[in-house]
Design a protein around this ligand. Structure first.
Ligand SMILES: Nc1ncnc2c1ncn2[C@@H]1O[C@H](COP(=O)(O)OP(=O)(O)OP(=O)(O)O)[C@@H](O)[C@H]1O
Ligand SMILES: [Mg+2]
Length: 168
């Protein structure tokens, strides 16, 4: 069954959702981050890594040139940026999803991977709605994507209640 959840807001709200997803993630989970240049994919990946237990003292930077950066959190965190990937075959050489089987994988520009992304991945689509605001749509198939969507939804609802506002 397809699970989905959508919200909109400033960077703190995007980061809160990403941190909640990182905290709920389990080895084998794959997060695919879509959106144009400057959408906020790296901002999301950084907060995801913090939620997954990567220490604040460790700088999480975009791995554009290295393709994949690896961090130690509760589990290994693999942050990939496929923008410069020459093609889906190059991904086999890197072995991203084999590596990631025992870790948490967060991927920018997942469309570069063709159909190599696992079926149970959580897809995150980020769109700019104003200079400092983004709309974030989460969706995926299967139990792991559903659990991650639920974690983000719960975090967004809790934050809204704290502000005394509605969940919109
Ligand atoms: N609500 C928001 N959520 C996320 N980022 C935001 C938001 N508002 C403003 N920003 C800013 O947008 C920029 C997003 O940059 P980021 O590097 O994360 O984008 P990206 O999608 O990874 O780009 P690229 O395609 O180059 O990898 C940052 O400067 C960030 O501070
Ligand atoms: Mg980026």
């Amino acid at each position: 069954m397809m699970e989905s959840f959508e919200f909109e807001g400033p960077r703190g709200r995007v980061r809160a959702a990403a941190t909640a997803i990182g905290a709920a993630a389990q080895p084998g989970d794959v997060i695919a981050l879509e959106g144009p240049l400057g959408a906020g994919k790296t901002v999301f990946a950084q907060a995801f890594a913090r939620g997954a237990g990567v220490a604040k003292s460790v700088r999480v930077a975009s791995p554009t040139f290295a393709i994949v950066h690896e961090y130690a959190g509760r589990a290994r965190v693999y942050h990939a940026d496929l923008y410069r990937l020459s093609g889906p075959e190059a991904l086999d050489e890197i072995g991203l999803f084999a590596l990631g089987a025992d870790g948490l994988v967060v991927v920018e520009w997942p469309d570069r991977a063709g159909d190599a992304l696992p079926e149970g991945a959580l897809w995150v689509r980020i769109e700019r709605t104003a200079p400092l605001r983004r709309r974030v749509k989460l969706q995926g198939e299967g139990p792991r994507a559903a659990a991650l969507v639920a974690a983000a939804r719960a975090a967004m609802e809790t934050a809204a209640l704290r502000r005394g506002g509605s969940t919109e």
